[in-house]
Design a protein around this ligand. Structure first.
Ligand code: HEM
Length: 236
């Protein structure tokens, strides 16, 4: 195990997002990002039409400049429509070990039949569960699990997850097929089970352990999941 946690021996969680890169370069960037985001949400930072900041509080000047690139990346990621969680591609965004190699991984859906149309949803503001329920009521879902080998340490850095590893240089290779069997997905029992789940890149075999500073910061998931589960238990 990459961490000493007997309750997750032999397990490997694969935590992915719907973008090939992360939106923040390093841990300091993550620390700087949140006060800036909060100030934007509270209207303390506003923007001109060309995207430059209109008013920028003095105490956020340094942080804002340091993470301005991240605001653009977040906007790009959020603007991308998701028809169904079973119909989009996911990426690890950060690197992992595979024996003596570094890899990133990706999960690509098989598109079978018609895509879910969010416009047809009963609740358009919260349609992802409905999309999965409909899909799995009638058919299995399949994804290809692919890995991308790091073939050039400087062009494919471990320490900067906003850099996409060039797919011409190192194409993704399919190593497995994921099958999610047809099922009744939208049950109370299932929802309760989901609430108790916690995933972490550090639920990992040593051979596949997370690499790089951003991934190291993610050891925090385990602690936070414990706190979240305790709060949830208190609320039931
Ligand atoms: C500085 C780096 C990062 C920090 C501090 C961070 C922090 C967190 C925290 C605190 C959670 C909630 C954990 C829980 O309550 O169970 C979380 C969840 C999550 N993070 Fe990150 N994160 C980081 C980087 C990343 C990266 C690079 C990815 C790319 C795959 C990512 C993807 C996710 C996903 C998919 C979840 C939801 C997991 C779930 O459903 O349990 N994060 N993150």
């Amino acid at each position: 195990m990459a961490i000493d946690d007997p309750s997750h021996q032999g397990e490997q969680d694969f935590v992915l997002i719907n973008n090939s890169t992360f939106f923040i370069r390093d841990v300091q960037g993550y620390i700087d990002f949140f006060p800036v985001r909060k100030a934007i949400q509270e209207g303390k930072i506003t923007f001109n039409q060309d995207g430059t900041p209109n008013n920028l509080p003095d105490d956020l000047q340094v942080q804002f400049r340091a993470i301005a690139y991240a605001l653009q990346l977040v906007q790009k990621i959020r603007a991308r429509p998701t028809s169904s969680p079973l119909e989009i591609t996911y990426w690890s965004a950060t690197p992992y070990r595979m024996g003596n190699h570094a890899i990133k991984f990706s999960v690509v859906p098989h598109t079978i039949g018609q895509s879910f149309n969010p416009e047809s949803a009963i609740d358009k503001s919260n349609y992802l569960r409905e999309a999965m329920t409909k899909h799995l009521a009638s058919k299995d879902a399949y994804f290809d699990f692919k890995i991308q080998l790091q073939t050039d340490a400087s062009k494919m850095p471990i320490e900067d997850p906003i850099v996409a590893w060039d797919e011409q240089e190192s194409p993704y290779i399919k190593v497995a097929t994921i099958k999610i069997p047809r099922q009744d997905f939208n049950t109370e029992e299932r929802k309760q089970l989901d609430e108790k789940q916690s995933f972490s890149p550090w639920h990992s075999l040593l051979e596949h352990q997370p690499l790089g500073g951003v991934n190291r910061a993610r050891k925090i998931y385990i602690e936070l999941a414990n706190i979240r589960n305790k709060i949830n238990q208190g609320n039931t």
